[in-house]
Design a protein around this ligand. Structure first.
Ligand code: NAP
Length: 355
């Protein structure tokens, strides 16, 4: 039996969806409790540490309101001279990094009274109300409503060399990292054969001198239109029937290339020069702790059961961000859906008389 007070709403997760949901529910006086995750070795290896996927990126250039680069010129065109000088002396001059953006959102939620616990929720009972949640440290919590915002984790091949060069040329998000200086006018490698690989490779041609797609079979899984677009791009070369044997590099330069191996004749290897390696072999939504109690789509992402709402099949459980998004997967769309989930939860709680 829980010795904790019964909560209006518990939010699980600590990415942009979770913090937006926390900001909105705390401003609505619902006194939300956020489980931001635990700093465990298991979470580190899986890429599910507190603050989510953005904490694993460097500069964020595409979150509206946080322009990147040297902002002095930006300020001087956006504001008058006095205001520009004032802002220049106090604001970031190089945009915002993913971890900073998350820290800012977290603090913003706390400023409105959000309670944050640094622990994982490992299981839950959603069959009866109030819902019961169990944490990794063994405590039980109860809530009328839950917002699941646990995100998704990028799949990597699992090579030791991939791990070593993360943030030094290894990435799983071309949209997040592709425009960084180390990837400009250089050959890059994308591994995978689905829509993500096509999209990432096509996107990277904006910056790269050449993009190799390394795919383990002789045909793509991707939709025809996206595969054709990639194949028609003169900067893209496909290495069919090939797997990544090793990401090559050193501690100073980071990634310098990859060694690929043929899946037809395993004795055949080839080295490709590249300053970047992008894994695009799919994502896995973080839903294990739900124990199958919340309906998911065939690909594992939580299903929204009411059009344009964040409701799930369990009344009182809402889902926001990447855990329910197999399409957009952007920080700003996650933040938007966190706001939606907060409003949906607030209205549902009011309809149940929990205000
Ligand atoms: P996906 O469709 O599951 O494709 C994953 C790709 O990675 C497959 O080609 C697979 O190879 C390869 N792969 C998986 N594990 C591998 C391994 N261990 N070694 C080497 N290759 C491996 O994943 P996705 O591309 O991320 O797409 C996920 C969903 O999002 C899809 O429904 C997709 O349509 C959608 N999506 C849509 C868009 C868009 O419409 N704009 C963009 C991105 C994603 P095999 O083919 O051999 O299995």
């Amino acid at each position: 039996m829980s010795d904790q007070p019964l909560r209006n709403v518990i939010i699980i997760g600590s990415g942009p969806a979770a913090w937006s949901a926390a900001i909105y529910t705390s401003r609505a006086n619902l006194q939300p409790l956020v489980f931001e995750g635990a700093f465990t070795e298991d979470n580190r290896l899986k890429g599910t540490l507190p603050l989510g996927q953005l904490a694993l990126t460097t500069e964020v250039e595409n979150f509206a309101g946080f322009p990147a680069g040297d902002l002095s010129g930006y300020y001087s065109t956006a504001f008058d001279e006095r205001k520009a000088a004032e802002i220049n002396s106090t604001h970031h001059k190089q945009g915002v990094s993913g971890p900073e953006l998350m820290e800012l959102m977290r603090q913003q939620a706390k400023n409105f009274g959000t309670e944050v616990i640094t622990d994982d929720i490992v299981s839950c009972q959603l069959g009866e109300k109030p819902f019961v949640l169990k944490s990794l440290s063994g405590k039980e919590y109860q809530a009328h409503a839950i917002i699941v915002a646990t995100g998704a984790r990028a799949n990597y091949l699992g090579l030791e060399s991939e791990e070593r060069f993360k943030n030094m040329g290894v990435s799983a998000c071309a949209v997040c990292d592709g425009a960084l200086p180390r990837f400009r006018n250089q050959p890059l490698v994308v591994v995978g054969g689905g829509d993500s690989a096509m999209e990432e490779a096509t996107f990277l041609t904006k910056f790269a001198s050449k993009v190799y797609i390394v795919h383990r079979r002789h045909e793509f899984r991707a939709s025809k239109v996206m595969a054709e677009r990639a194949l028609a791009n003169h900067k893209i070369e496909v290495k069919w029937n090939s797997v990544i044997d090793e990401v090559l590099g050193d501690e100073k330069k980071g990634v310098t290339g990859v060694r690929i191996r043929s899946t037809v004749d395993e004795s055949q290897t080839e080295e490709l020069d590249a300053t970047g390696y992008f894994a695009a072999i799919g994502h896995t939504p973080n839903t294990d702790f739900l124990g199958g109690q919340v309906e998911t789509k065939p690909n594992g992402y939580i299903k929204w059961t009411v059009p344009f709402r964040t409701n799930t099949n369990v009344e009182g459980v809402f889902a926001a961000g990447d855990v329910a998004d197999d399409n957009y997967k952007q920080a700003i769309t996650a933040a938007g859906s966190g706001c939606q989930a907060a409003l949906d939860a607030e209205r549902w709680l009011a309809s149940q008389g929990h205000e």
